[in-house]
Design a protein around this ligand. Structure first.
Ligand SMILES: O=C(O)CCC(=O)C(=O)O
Length: 302
């Protein structure tokens, strides 16, 4: 669905100006968009996963751990596909206020792609290098976005999400290194073509929400503060954006329609998209890949 068509539907939670801002700049920040009640419910299950991670000594398809993670001092990078691990996350992703937001930006038919909870732990939680999302999961068009919920108050020291305004209308970058290995990050030599001096860092109190288009260049610095920066991210697409490559991480909900109805016609954008490696046997995480810890594969059975 084209932007003008999306805008022709009455919005549920955004103003027309906010929708126009997203289409022009490729991102949005909505301060305290999620209620305290929702945040308390999300924390009530998230604390349990942090506890559970203490019994893990290495990353798998559920927990992505920093190399120094231990039972005494957990250091989680990510809970992968939270929707797969607790029904509350799926309730939030499929019925919470973020679905109205997705509908306002994608049109009446909205499809879930995946979710993840990036913790960016206190005292050095890893950076996320500048990258674009769509090369991880190419679709037939670019009506694909990620909505992030800050689960704690986020300040400049905590490595807030940084976005480059307008970059969604620019170049799609190579995310392989010189040895043709996927690293999921834009190479230093290409970053000169990205106006990083214009980057905007999205901060706000707990319950604030970030939105970025799948082509928007984004990343975040290490978290050198004393507090973790959990960001619960969910990706959605317009129903007529069809995935081209196998899904990198399994969830029973991948591809579920959360609003409206499935597409009968695929919409195609003529702009080409780089393809990721074949992850059909498993995928680790953007952190492991960008730090070049592995080639992105985990055993499928894990
Ligand atoms: O957690 C962040 O700061 C950014 C996350 C991100 O871009 C990703 O996981 O793809």
């Amino acid at each position: 669905m084209k932007q003008q068509q999306v805008l022709s539907f009455p919005p549920k939670v955004l103003t027309q100006d906010q929708r126009a801002f997203y289409f022009e700049n490729g991102y949005l920040l909505l301060e305290k968009f999620i209620s305290d009640e929702w945040m308390d419910r999300l924390w009530s299950v998230t604390d349990g996963f942090i506890e559970e991670s203490r019994s893990y000594t290495r990353s798998d398809s559920k927990f992505d751990l920093e190399p120094t993670h231990s039972a005494e001092a957990p250091r989680l990078r990510r809970l992968t596909q939270p929707v797969e691990h607790h029904p509350l996350y799926w309730e939030f992703v499929s019925q919470g206020p973020v679905v109205d937001l997705a509908e306002d930006l994608l049109g009446p038919n909205v499809k879930f792609h995946h979710s993840k909870l990036n913790f960016k732990w206190s005292g050095g939680g890893e950076e996320v290098k500048w990258h674009q999302d769509i090369q991880f999961y190419p679709h037939t068009n670019y009506n694909v976005l990620a909505i992030g919920v800050y689960m704690s108050d986020v300040t400049d020291e905590m490595g807030p999400m940084g976005v480059v305004p307008g970059s969604h209308n620019g170049e799609l970058f190579n995310q392989y290194n010189d040895k043709d290995q996927w690293v999921g990050a834009i190479d230093e030599k290409d970053l000169g073509r990205v106006p990083l001096d214009k980057a905007v860092y999205l901060k706000g109190p707990a319950g604030s929400v970030t939105v970025h288009n799948c082509r928007t260049v984004h990343g975040s610095l290490p978290n050198n503060s004393a507090h973790s920066r959990p960001l619960f991210l969910q990706s959605y697409s317009a129903a007529d954006a069809i995935t081209i490559t196998p899904h990198p991480s399994y969830s029973r909900y991948n591809g579920e329609i959360v609003r409206g109805k499935p597409a009968r016609w695929a919409e195609f954008d003529p702009r080409p998209c780089q393809l990721p490696p074949d992850w059909s046997k498993g995928y680790s995480s953007i952190f492991a890949l960008q730090q070049e810890e592995d080639d992105g594969r985990v055993a499928a059975a894990e």
